[in-house]
Write a protein that binds this ligand. Sequence first.
Ligand code: FES
Length: 85
Amino acid sequence: MLTVSVCVGSSCHLKGAYAVIKELQRLIEEFSLREKIELKACFCLGQCQQGVSVMVNDRIYTGLTKENTAEFFHRHLLKEGQGRQ
Ligand code: FES
C-alpha cells in the first residue's frame, strides 16, 4: 500500500490542496488503485513556501497544482501503486 498524504495546512490550502486531492481521487479511481493507494490529508509538512506539498510514504514532493497533479501521478504513483499489494 502506498500512502499519499496531501498537506491541507493553511498555506497549502490557499494554494489549492483540495483541488489536488480531488484530482488524485479521480486518477486513483480511473486507474482502479483504491486498494493500492491510500489517500490522506495531513497538516503542515514544513514546506509551506513550496506547497502544495505531498508526502508519499516518507518522501516529500512540493509544488503540486491541480494542473500538474496528473503528471505527478503518472511519474511517481502509477507504476509504484500498480506494483503494490
Ligand atoms: S502548510 Fe503545507 S507544507 Fe506547510
